[in-house]
Design a protein around this ligand. Structure first.
Ligand code: Z5A
Length: 205
């Protein structure tokens, strides 16, 4: 049986990842592709528990290394329990965020060295990487306004725009370094235009 593919959707907060993931699934299903949608941190019961720990607002300062290790603990569970078994059964897996988010947030945003992220990436994933990464890109203010309109903010969303600007910069640098894998979508456009772009990119791939 042919192995499935792994598609990730990345970008800062509020750029439209959750909104567009269902659209990506419907596009693939139109082409007769069997696929599942998942997210990070999370995707399995244990990984979702780790997500709750990560997103909870708390008095105690969360050390960046703790945050990094928890991201990869959730990822190991998600990868071996859900992503790889599905791909081995021939399914395509579409994930709302994956390891590019760790480079962007923990390294770009928090300042942990990229070498530490790369070490854990190798340990957990070996050479496994997404086949395609859709990067929904918009100025930080656009995403923050959209996310804030939704109400209560989690521990990450409480960060200031300087943090999210570093995250965005890191994503764009990664996209530049791997142009074959990354497809940048201008997320400031109307939802209809964003989805037209996603359709074009996925049809050409
Ligand atoms: N994180 C990390 O630090 N390291 C890691 O390795 C990983 C994650 C994997 C949880 O992620 C947090 O974990 C995340 C990074 C960190 N925190 N932050 N920030 P998450 O993906 O669950 O949380 P999120 O990025 O904050 O997702 P989000 O706020 O739900 O954003 P979104 O999914 O991209 O946006 P949305 O919910 O689809 O859209 C937001 C609103 O905008 C909504 O009302 C839509 O109707 C509207 N929208 C969407 N598109 C449009 C367009 N084109 N026009 C107008 N309005 C639109």
């Amino acid at each position: 049986m042919q192995r499935g593919k792994f598609i990730t959707i990345e970008g800062g907060e509020g750029v439209g990842k959750s909104t567009n993931i269902a659209y990506v699934k419907s596009l693939l299903e139109e082409q007769g592709i069997d696929c599942i949608v998942t997210r990070e941190p999370g995707g399995t019961p244990l990984a979702e528990e780790i997500r709750d720990v990560l997103l909870k607002n708390r008095e105690e300062r969360v050390v960046s290394e703790t945050e990094l290790l928890l991201m990869f603990a959730a990822r190991a569970q998600h990868l071996y329990q859900l992503i790889l078994p599905a791909i081995n059964e021939g399914k395509w897996v579409i994930s709302d965020r994956f390891t590019d988010a760790t480079y962007a947030y923990q390294s770009g945003g928090r300042g942990v060295s990229a070498d530490k992220v790369a070490l854990l990436e190798k340990f957990v994933q070996k050479d496994f990487k997404p086949n395609i990464t859709l990067l929904l890109d918009a100025p930080v203010e656009v995403g923050m306004t959209r996310a804030r309109e939704r109400g209560k903010l989690d521990r990450f969303e409480e960060e200031r725009s300087a943090f999210f600007n570093k995250v965005r910069k890191n994503y764009l640098e990664r996209a530049k370094a791997e142009p074959e894998r990354f497809k940048i979508i201008d997320a400031t456009q109307s939802l209809e235009q964003v989805q037209n772009n996603i359709r074009q990119v996925l049809t050409l791939t």
